[in-house]
Write a protein of this length. Sequence first.
Length: 145
Amino acid sequence: MKLINQPYVTRSTLNVRSAPNMNADKVGSLPGNTQFTAVGSTGDWILVGRKGVTVGYVHKDYVMTQSDADTRKRLAAVRFDDMNVSASKETEAFDLGSISSLPSGKTAAETTCRPLSVSLEANGGTTEKQENTFCRQANDTWELI
């Protein structure tokens, strides 16, 4: 494995796998535009780390370095001074300042969390065990907490 230890970003929602191949079990997923630590790479696969814990593998075609993501954001910048952003039927825009007050209320959120225990044994016989918790997000993906 080639060590990377750099911030990466997902290009789209993608599956996280238990081993570096498409047939490996899915252990979770990452939403699009999610930053994570690329711990290392093996072939076409990147080892994902989140909050200091190794999570699994994602294919390199679906991720990019944080610096590449930042460059894309700068290239996509638009000068609003050059745009006509007035409220109109075509833009489906409206003036937020014309609303005297917005309704407010309390929203309760409910989620499901599950513990996950992973044990890895190296060829030399050393064993490493990690205890993690994954919680279901509003978009039906699971995030390592």
